[in-house]
Write a protein that binds this ligand. Structure first.
Ligand code: GRF
Length: 203
């Protein structure tokens, strides 16, 4: 089972998946890590793990569509069974998403459908929520709107800042994302007719 991971930043979720593969929890191989940012910390994590890396800098492209077309070509060359977005901070074009739909997943720091988009931790605090969390979902053209595979919730405490809440959510991300990748690698999860199926039953 071949995995490609797309990142833009520090790559703590990538690290969690690397560790789960190395520990034998995910029956798969991470074939390649691609970053749109040259200095992304996740690149060093991949290199330390002996995983091939590639930088595809979006600043070298005038058009989003062109960038996504080149990214899609690079990805196809890897022949991934699964493309994992792990802090890849770019909106993908419909063409790209359609091409990889069903083998493209993302982790989003909220209990979707609540708080799509950015600054989710601050927005949840500002709204007086008592719970927040993260969601792993299949990616569809509409942003952060794809069918959810699994979620993990955390409490919001009095006095939480966006940073303290983010730390609590990220600790859950690092458990949830490898687990969902494992289910998919084991063939237990699929996207069919716009719905997530787990162990032969629609969620
Ligand atoms: C995570 O918080 C994830 O929810 C969001 O981007 C962040 C990536 O962090 N999509 P990292 O690069 O995995 O550390």
């Amino acid at each position: 089972f071949r995995i490609a991971v797309l990142i833009s930043g520090s790559g703590t979720n990538l690290q969690a998946i690397i560790d789960a593969v190395a520990g034998g929890d995910i029956p798969a191989r991470i074939e390649q890590v691609i970053s749109n940012r040259p200095g992304a910390g996740g690149l060093a994590r991949a290199e330390r793990a002996g995983i091939g890396t590639e930088v595809l800098d979006h600043r070298a492209f005038a058009e989003r569509g062109h960038y996504d077309a080149v990214l899609a070509e690079r990805l196809e060359a890897i022949r991934p069974d699964l493309v994992v977005l792990a802090g890849f901070m770019r909106i993908l074009t419909d063409d790209f998403v359609t091409r990889f739909m069903g083998r493209l997943i993302n982790i989003h720091p909220s209990l979707l459908p609540a708080y799509r988009g950015l600054h989710t931790h601050q927005r949840a605090i500002d709204a007086g929520e008592s719970r927040h969390g993260c969601s792993v979902h299949y990616v569809i053209p509409e942003l952060d709107a794809g069918p959810v595979i699994a979620q993990a919730a955390v409490p919001i405490h009095a006095g939480d800042t966006a940073e303290t809440l983010q730390d609590r959510v990220q600790a859950m991300e690092h458990r949830l994302y490898p687990e969902v990748v494992r289910w998919i690698a084991e063939g237990r999860v699929a996207l069919q007719a716009g719905r997530v199926w787990l162990d032969g039953k629609p969620l």
